[in-house]
Write a protein that binds this ligand. Structure first.
Ligand code: FUC
Length: 832
């Protein structure tokens, strides 16, 4: 038997004790769960097999090669270009001309003019946003280790630590990797179970032209500048410092690399700084930031660094646990194998692993004070990644944040709110110069410089609605937390958005409804190559929500009544939703829908999810029409589209179909494959990798277990037949309720709800619920008086005379009202 040295024993004891203290934290609700790890029996062969680690700011993709290890590095503020918006002149007359063509029914001419004014490829005097860029690679070369066994590569998402272990020439080697939020450095510990076994070279490389690699005082240093792009000069300066701290052995400093000789243990610190302070201020010092973080952390012992990291991470991660089914036997297989088998094997713990992986990715890519997660979170190995890895705000950025509230990671939403504050300033220029409107505006993309003008030209880009969708996140954060101070702080952002549409809306010629024109239904077209349009269903739904939010916020905060009243008048004149001749929810103002279209964007179902305008209880025809639309569009699509469909089918209260979509999304996609699915490292494949699909599906799984709109907290609204037993703890519902529940044989068993704000808790369930004395709960009556559960006052839909709408059949629900007190926890169970 191996003996443990005494000091290691005590360190371990401290770790166990501290670990227990951490789990006693009042916010944490740990339960015995399946071990949530991703693991592989080989090193990564490509980037989509590498494993992501991150602290919101610094990201690493770990390849884990035995002879050559590669750690691909990112820092969230390293983007090409420099401060400045992308609006070159006053476009009001052109916009008016396109609008006139549309209202006159000259759609093709309108599209042609839109593309003439805003060409597809970037004009010379402006830019269409800039790319997010890698900061290169850290490479570890181990001479002559080509014979090894027992290789294992692990990402433990319960602790946010990755490990690589192997045996070579009888020596057991271990590498541990994490990025600490607390200490703001990446830490890699290399160890072996025999002394003097660590021999390797540390180097870096970088695709960016403007860079320099050097060594000094036992440090490896890479400095550089971000790239030029379109009419912008790269002005982000970055500095990466790598410091190997040795126990035993010696460090040899070469010109551009460091060599470790015969060491017992090595701690590698990776510290990165940039000059970025905000979207319009680059006065920071990359050097000082990198040095400060390194200086503060390098003297700390490994166990201290690790404990601080794990405790910070678990404070977020442990809030939610999920167990599906009783069988975790498949976890003996490597994760890529499980994914490969998933189509033919029942492996429900892979679903819960995927759910928690989504939460892991959000914790690792979006931290307060930093940038929001972009198209790839923070992980990108290129200088010109697909779609520049920007913020695409006609679905993708929003989807990134769908899990934030419901999966109990509310504070990770903050970077998005900060970006909205920035956009509410930069977006005034596009509101004024393009639309002669007050308030602020952004089209379908933005980047670190918060550009708000047209991007990708007059087909994809003509969508002045990005801010309308993004501001829903402010309102939803309020509904989940009830935080009035937050609402007050962001009220000007909501107001600026409402002002913009108040000025932009125009009467359309047929019904005199007020509509946005020109605009589009994201990325779809209605004739040949014509997308530019007016009064699209999604736009109408978005403006409805923008107006509703500002009216409600003004009431809650008791401010701006006159303004809110003026908005209420406009809101009444928005178009109703329409049901077309195929019984579908109409996408456009006229019945132009193609029932054969499989387009990935199903924008007009925004009203079903994430918004709550389409309800089976209040407007069953619209609900059936949305279902018809979903049937027409089908299941298979790009990764994020399938993630959205999981949410749609959950909202359709159809658990089996939602699960079918999860199955489709969890289809193994190898590098270079051209279909949507999931890569071996569980990254979502659009393809290529886009993180939105991970977040969308994570949110969708939560949505299958609880929903908190349509007047009630709905328990197990969309449970698939094969999820017969399970337990979820710590999900959040609107009105600041925290929900734990479990179920057996597909029926709810016990329920525990913590009320953080008090107020009426209305429950909807298929079971009869009783309290601890066995008494049935009070049946609900009248409207739910809880202010966070108000249903939207939508207009009666217009229905085509040709539409054949099937009647809606719903399960029989029991609806209860429980009057709750702030801070109290309530326990109920189903009567059996
Ligand atoms: C939208 C989508 C594409 C892709 C891109 C980043 O344009 O239509 O599928 O996700 O964003």
């Amino acid at each position: 038997m191996k003996t443990i040295p005494l000091n290691t024993f005590y360190k371990l004891l401290i770790l166990v004790l501290v670990g227990n203290l951490v789990s006693c934290d009042k916010t944490a609700t740990p339960v015995k769960n399946y071990s949530n790890i991703l693991w592989y029996s080989e090193a990564a062969n490509n980037w989509n097999e590498a494993l992501p680690i991150g602290n919101g700011r610094i990201g690493g993709m770990l390849f884990g090669g035995v002879e050559n290890d590669r750690i691909q590095l990112n820092e969230e503020t390293v983007w090409a270009g420099e401060p400045g918006n992308n609006i070159t002149k006053d476009y009001f007359n052109e916009v008016e001309a396109i609008r006139k063509l549309l209202f006159d029914g000259n759609y093709e001419e309108a599209q042609n003019l839109a593309l003439e004014v805003f060409p597809k490829s970037t004009p010379e005097n402006t830019n269409y946003g800039v790319p997010y860029q890698t900061v290169g690679n850290l490479n570890l070369h181990f001479e002559g280790v080509n014979n090894f066994e027992n290789y294992k590569r692990v990402l433990d998402i319960e602790n946010a630590i990755s490990t690589v272990t192997y045996t070579a020439k009888g020596v057991n080697y271990k590498r541990e990797y994490f990025v600490s939020f607390t200490d703001q450095v990446m830490v890699i510990r290399l160890s072996a179970d025999r002394s003097k076994q660590l021999n390797f070279e540390v180097s870096m490389d970088m695709p960016q032209k403007k860079h320099n690699i050097s060594t000094e005082n036992g440090l490896l240093k890479l400095t550089g500048k971000s790239g030029d792009h379109e009419n912008k000069t790269g002005k982000i300066k970055f500095e990466t410092l790598v410091y190997p701290k040795l126990t035993g052995g010696e460090l040899v400093q070469n010109d551009t690399s460091l060599s470790v000789k015969n060491a017992d243990e090595v701690l590698l610190f990776v510290s990165i700084g940039t000059n970025f302070k905000s979207y319009n201020d680059l006065s920071g010092s990359a050097e000082k930031i990198a040095q400060n973080h390194l200086e503060k952390s390098q003297s700390k012992p490994f166990y201290e660094l690790k404990q601080a990291h794990v405790s910070d991470y678990k404070n977020l991660y442990d809030r939610v646990s999920l167990q599906l089914g009783d069988d975790d036997t498949n976890s003996v297989l490597p994760t890529d194998k499980r994914l490969e088998n998933f189509a033919t094997t029942e492996d429900l713990s892979l679903v819960s692993l995927y759910f928690q992986f989504g939460r892991y990715l959000l914790i690792s890519s979006s931290r307060p004070g930093g940038q929001p997660a972009n198209l790839q979170g923070i992980w990108n190995d290129k200088l010109s990644p697909p779609w520049d890895s920007k913020y695409t705000v006609n679905i993708n950025t929003e989807m990134n944040y769908w899990p934030a509230e419901v999966t109990n990671l509310s504070e990770l939403h903050q970077p998005l709110f900060s970006m909205l504050e920035d956009l509410s300033v930069t977006g005034q220029e596009s509101a004024q110069k393009m639309y002669h409107a007050r308030g602020w505006n952004i089209h379908h993309n933005t980047d670190i410089w918060r550009v708000t003008g047209m991007i990708d030209g007059g087909f994809y880009g003509f969508w002045p609605m990005g801010g309308a969708w993004l501001t829903q996140h402010i309102w939803q954060h309020y509904l989940f937390t009830g935080d009035k101070e937050f609402l007050k702080k962001y009220y000007p952002v909501l107001k600026g958005k409402a002002q913009f549409y108040a000025d932009v809306l125009r009467e359309e010629p047929e019904h005199n409804w007020l509509v946005v024109a020109p605009s589009m239904s994201p990325e779809n077209k209605y004739i040949n190559s014509v997308g530019v349009s007016y009064g699209t269903t999604m736009d109408n739904q978005l403006v409805f929500d923008v107006f509703s939010n500002v009216i409600n916020a003004s009431k809650i905060l008791d401010i701006d009544t006159e303004f809110a009243d003026s908005i209420a008048v406009l809101k009444k004149r928005l178009p109703p939703m329409q049901i077309g001749k195929y019984g579908q929810l109409q996408e456009w103002i006229k019945d132009w829908d193609d029932p054969g279209s499989k387009h990935r964007h199903i924008s007009h179902l925004y009203g079903l999810h994430p918004s709550a305008q389409v309800s089976p209880f209040k407007n069953p025809e619209l609900f059936k029409a949305a279902e018809q639309t979903l049937e027409f569009r089908g299941d298979v699509s790009t990764g994020w589209s399938m993630g959205w469909k999981v949410n749609f089918w959950a909202r359709m209260l159809n658990g089996n179909r939602a699960y079918k979509l999860i199955k489709t999304q969890l289809t193994l996609v190898e590098d270079g494959t051209e279909s949507g699915g999931t890569y071996p490292n569980l990254f979502d494949a659009h393809p290529p990798f886009q993180i939105d699909g991970n977040f969308g599906c994570t949110a969708g799984i939560a949505e299958m277990l609880i929903q908190s709109h349509n007047e009630a907290l709905h328990l197990l609204p969309a449970l698939p037949d094969n999820w017969s037993n399970g337990e979820v703890k710590g999900l959040k519902a609107r009105g600041a309720f925290e929900v734990d529940l479990n179920w057996n044989n597909n029926t709810l068993n016990t329920l525990k709800i913590k009320s953080e704000l008090g107020g009426n808790l209305r429950l909807r369930t298929t079971e009869v619920l009783v309290d601890e004395n066995g008494n049935e709960l009070t049946k609900a009556s009248g409207e739910n008086e809880n202010e966070f559960y108000q249903t939207p006052d939508i207009k009666t839909p217009l229905i085509s005379s040709e539409a054949n709408i099937k009647p809606l059949q719903l399960p029989e629900y029991h609806i209860y009202d429980v009057s709750t007190e702030k801070g109290k926890t309530y326990e109920f169970h189903a009567q059996n």
